[in-house]
Structures are given as C-alpha cells and as structure tokens.
Design a protein around this ligand. Structure first.
Ligand code: ATP
Ligand code: MG
Length: 418
C-alpha cells in the first residue's frame, strides 16, 4: 500500500486523555481512534493487525475441529432470565421505546444462545461432541477504562463453546484447547503462562487463564521461577518466596521459588459442566437410550487485548515493535531525499511481501520517525546516496546493512517464513 493514500496520519504527540502506553502508541501511529472511554475504532493499520490475529486464531480453532458461526450482539432478555444473567453489573441494556423496559441486552458472552441453538439439533450421543466458535463483538460495562485497548467496553472476542457426552470427554478437549491457545499466543509473539484461576460466575471447577507477564497487567499471578506453574492471586494460597508445590514426573516436588508478578489475562478457558444444558434442556440419548445433559466448556480470547498486550510487551521509546506474524505489513519501504523506490515496491510484492510504501513528499526525518513509531518489522530505505542499493534494518535491532533488492526479499522471507 502506498502511504500517500493512507488516510490516517502519524501524530507527534500522545493524546492527553490516554494514560496507557498501548493506547498512546496505537493512537499516535494511526492504528486506532478513541470514540469514547473504552470504545475504539480500528483504523486501516489497526484493522490489519486484528485480521492477522483473527486468521491465526481461526487456523488453530479449525485444527481442533471448531466450526465458525456468528451470533448477534443483541440478546433478548428471555435467554438471560433463564440463567439469571440478565441483571449482571457488566451488562448493557438496550432501551426499549419511550417508557418500555429494556427487553434486549448487548451480549457479553454467548453460552445461553448457543445452548438454545444446540438444543434444536442435539438428540443423540451420535451428535456429540461438537465445537463451535465465533469472532464477534462483546459489550461489558467496565468501570475501569484506563488501560486503553486492554479493557474495552466494546471489544472483539473469539469465543469457542464445546459440547460433550461426558466430563471426561470435556477435559480431553479442554487440554486440546489449552494447547491451541499456547500455539496462538506463541504465533503472536507472546509467552502466555497457563494459570489456575477462580471459577467465577460460571462454574464450580477451577478455570484456567493465559497470563502474559507485564507490569501494566491488572492481574497478579504467583508463579514458579523454575517450572512456570502459576496461580491467580485471587484464589492462590501460594506465598511470594515460597516453594513450588508442583509434582514433577519423577514424583518429587518442583521446589522452585514462587514470585508475585503483574500480568495481563489474554485468554480464559472454562469447564462449564451442565449449568447451561440444564437451563436450556439440552439433553441427549446415550447408547442405552437414557437421557443425559450435555457437558459444556467455553473458551475466550480478546483480540484487541491481544493486540494491546503485544504493544505493551514490544515497544521502545520511539514506538511499537510488532511481532512479525501480527504486524500490519512485513516491510516499511521509505524513499528518502528524492529517491524512487517504485521498483522495490513492485519487486518485494512479487515475492509475497506486504509492503507499506512511504512515497509521501515529506522529509527523511519525518519518515524515519514515523517508521519507528509504526513498528513494522523491517525497514527498507531507498536513497540517492545508496546508489541503487537499499538499507535494510529490523525494527528490533540497531544495525542496518546495505544490500541489493534481491537480498532484501531473501532476508525478509527467510526470517518471516522461518
Ligand atoms: P477481566 O478479568 O480482565 O475483566 P474476564 O475474566 O472478565 O476479564 P473473560 O470473560 O474471561 O474476561 O473473557 C475472555 C477473554 O476476553 C479475556 O481473557 C480477555 O482476553 C478478553 N476480555 C475480557 N474482557 C475484556 C475487555 N473488557 N476488553 C478487552 N478484552 C477483554
Ligand atoms: Mg477471564
């Protein structure tokens, strides 16, 4: 894409009403626009990042048998009345006409709807298990909206729901989802720690969170420095400086030192049991013809929070440093001081590289500052003094090298496809 055609522009100053680094950098670089507290528009650059994250999530969900669907944000009160979740504090009501009481809410989770849908199709054990997910907008009336895109009042979530004949089958699949989640976060360049967490409003079982360690995180985990075993402080009996109780495969206790760390919850998985299937009369006939309630699980990842977490973890004083797989473009091509980089623009795209081509009629300084702020993983500079060669530099490194055009394509592709 030619940057001269990009309608957003870089801004040198941070918005005054943003405290968090993620929102400051994303707003300055033109990735997002803040409509209201906790409500953000994704501008073309930000939307590209979200699409990359969504694609990674879809690939991993499809591998574990997830079928994608889409459920509306508008949820009628009658569904949430069944489970007593209409009056939750985080819910948004949609006002009815004039004096009518609200009869719809904006969905903050979709267990009820999918349980109702499943009740229409599931009759026998032969119909199970099945797994369905969506990437959709959720609404939560979050009281604290100081963390930028980490905590939106409207945000995109991938929510997967699984349906099983037994708890054993649920927990077998639960493990597969956990593995898929680890793959998703790793592909997005993040290390997420598997953390034992509270059952919350959902369930009597423990749930598990995926926590990325970060000083700006609103969660606190107690984590073993040796084996990464972690518990959310909300439920943990572990103490900072204590010893890790985990049993190793040889039966010995791990004994590693426990420390307390701030972290960002990027994902959460829940064994739901039969709470929703009982509420929605979701039953199946087993092999002997007896009726049983379907056993469910649900599994969430926030896409905007994931993007914001990457910014919190990967930035420096000059701007964002995107992990390769979720960067809006692979290469930022800058033509400086009257050089013409059109040939390079065409060439790199021929090699399947996504290029943001800064062809704007503006100073070298402005282009270089902008490139650092935007954080595209590779910077390629064309300038008259390079005599037909190009300067190639990774955003994450200080060293630049001067290379030919074919070498640029080779280096970028080698690193990106590795
Ligand atoms: P938190 O404890 O941070 O408020 P939660 O536990 O209420 O989040 P879940 O219901 O577990 O959230 O939602 C699943 C995932 O959706 C979370 O792991 C997170 O990635 C994302 N998410 C939840 N709330 C928000 C929000 N307000 N803004 C952005 N993403 C969110
Ligand atoms: Mg959670």
């Amino acid at each position: 894409m030619r940057q001269s055609g990009l309608f957003t522009k870089i801004s040198r100053t941070a918005p005054k009403d943003e405290i968090s680094i993620n929102a400051q950098l994303l707003a300055r670089a033109g990735f997002v626009y803040k409509n209201s507290a906790g409500v953000y528009s994704y501008l073309p650059l930000g939307w590209r990042v979200i699409q990359k994250i969504a694609q990674i999530i879809r690939e991993e969900m499809n591998i574990i048998g997830g079928q994608e669907l889409f459920m509306p944000a508008l949820v009628e009160k009658k569904y949430l009345d069944i489970t007593g979740r209409w009056d939750v504090e985080i819910g948004f009501d949609v006002l009815g006409k004039k004096d009518e009481k609200p009869s719809f809410g904006l969905g903050w989770s979709h267990e009820e709807i999918l349980a109702a849908i499943a009740a229409k199709y599931i009759n026998s054990y032969k119909d199970l298990p099945f797994y369905a997910y969506q990437i959709q907008t959720k609404f939560r009336n979050e009281p604290r909206a100081k963390s930028g895109l980490l905590r939106g009042r409207e945000f995109m979530m991938k929510d997967l729901y699984s349906f099983h004949t037994s708890e054993e089958d649920l927990f077998d699949y639960y493990g597969k989802v956990a593995d898929a989640y680890h793959k998703i976060f790793k592909r997005c360049g993040l290390k997420a720690v598997y953390t034992v967490a509270a059952g919350g409003a959902f369930t009597k079982h423990n749930t598990h969170e995926f926590q990325v360690l970060s000083d700006v995180g609103e969660d606190i985990v107690l984590i073993c420095e040796k084996c990464d075993y972690a518990e959310n402080k909300e439920i943990s009996k572990l103490k900072e400086g204590g010893k890790c109780p985990t049993r190793l495969p040889d039966g010995q206790k791990c004994g590693g030192k426990i420390s307390e760390k701030n972290s960002i919850e990027v994902g959460n998985i829940f064994p739901l049991g039969t709470k929703y299937s009982e509420a929605f009369n979701l039953q199946f006939a087993d092999e002997k013809g007896g009726k049983k309630h379907v056993v469910m699980g649900s599994y969430g990842i926030g896409l905007g929070r994931l993007m914001a977490t990457a910014v919190e973890v990967y930035h420096d004083k000059d701007g964002i440093i995107w992990p390769e797989a979720i960067a809006p473009f692979g290469v930022h091509l800058l033509e400086l001081n009257g050089a013409d980089a059109k040939e390079a623009y065409v060439h790199l795209q021929k090699y399947g590289i996504e290029v943001l081509y800064d062809d704007r009629d503006t100073s070298a300084g402005e282009k270089l500052v902008g490139a650092d702020l935007m954080g595209i993983p590779w910077r390629v500079v064309a300038s008259p003094k390079l005599k037909g060669k190009y300067e190639l530099k990774r955003r994450s490194e200080n060293q630049a090298k001067t290379v030919s055009l074919s070498e640029v394509a080779r280096s970028v592709n080698k690193r990106t496809k590795a």
